[in-house]
Design a protein around this ligand. Structure first.
Ligand code: ATP
Length: 238
């Protein structure tokens, strides 16, 4: 593995009973890349993200994070990752600061660093003024910012975002995409999405997954729209 390989996935496979949801997925994420993991609903994106983040056991295959085997040394491997799941568990009755402080403790950040880490994550995610607001009173776009803030609290090498703009209104989508673009300057990112335009506007590289299998991989500049549309089985809207 070369030094700048942050994630290496080999033969990742997951059965749900009789259903094969992810079938031998393998790829590498290198430092500085913003990788779009693109596929239609039900293609196996969330299942793959959950296995890479150690939240779901694979049926077969392996994941290495910064050279550390996820199954052998899960705590060390997971410490290098930040993760925003498709449906993040936000505690609506907590303030933004209380929630981020709670997450920092779960991440075992040293006590003396927590206040600074929370302030920095808030600042970076456009939450500077809402530290004392209840999460339950925030708009969905702001709640998604809180979810991204918890993912970067511990300054991970890689940030994994699963469908971060689903359910947001058009303005919120623009803002969250801009935020992800900014994150990509400091972190390597995997962005799981079913939206081709999202990948085109943010990502440096793309992998397309369909029916549990990777069917296309390229640097963004090489992704032809028609090829992508054909692979995704979507119609291009003009
Ligand atoms: P979406 O964007 O709709 O979430 P996805 O690409 O993330 O889609 P997955 O959620 O990984 O896809 O699902 C892949 C396949 O596995 C789908 O056919 C789905 O129905 C199935 N699946 C996912 N989770 C489970 C589960 N817990 N039990 C059984 N089948 C599941």
């Amino acid at each position: 593995m070369s030094d700048d390989t942050l994630i290496r996935v080999e033969g990742l496979t997951r059965w749900y009973g009789e259903r094969l949801a992810v079938d031998g997925v393998g790829f590498e994420l290198r430092r500085g890349q913003v990788l779009g993991f693109l596929g239609p609903n039900g293609a196996g994106k969330s299942t793959t993200m959950q296995m890479i983040t150690g939240n779901l056991a694979p049926s077969a295959g392996r994941v290495e994070i910064s050279g550390i085997d996820l199954l052998e040394r899960p705590r060390e491997a997971k410490a290098r990752l930040g993760y925003l799941p498709e449906t993040p568990p936000l505690y609506r009755e907590l303030t933004v600061d209380e929630y981020l402080t709670h997450c920092a403790r779960l991440r075992r950040l040293p006590r003396r660093r927590i206040r600074e880490a929370v302030a920095r994550a808030r600042e970076r995610c456009g939450l500077a003024d809402v530290g004392r607001r209840l999460i339950g009173n925030l708009s969905k776009g702001y709640r998604q910012r809180v979810g991204i803030a918890q993912a970067i609290l511990h300054e991970p090498d890689v940030v994994i975002l699963d469908e971060p703009t689903v359910g947001l209104d058009p303005i919120q989508i623009i803002e969250i995409r801009r935020l992800i673009g900014e994150l990509g300057r400091d972190h390597s990112v995997i962005l799981s999405t079913h939206i081709l335009a999202e990948v085109q506007s943010i990502c440096t590289h793309v992998q397309i997954i369909r029916d549990g299998r990777l069917v296309y991989a390229a640097a963004m500049a090489e992704l032809g729209e028609r090829a992508a549309a054909r692979t995704l089985r979507v119609r291009l809207r003009r």
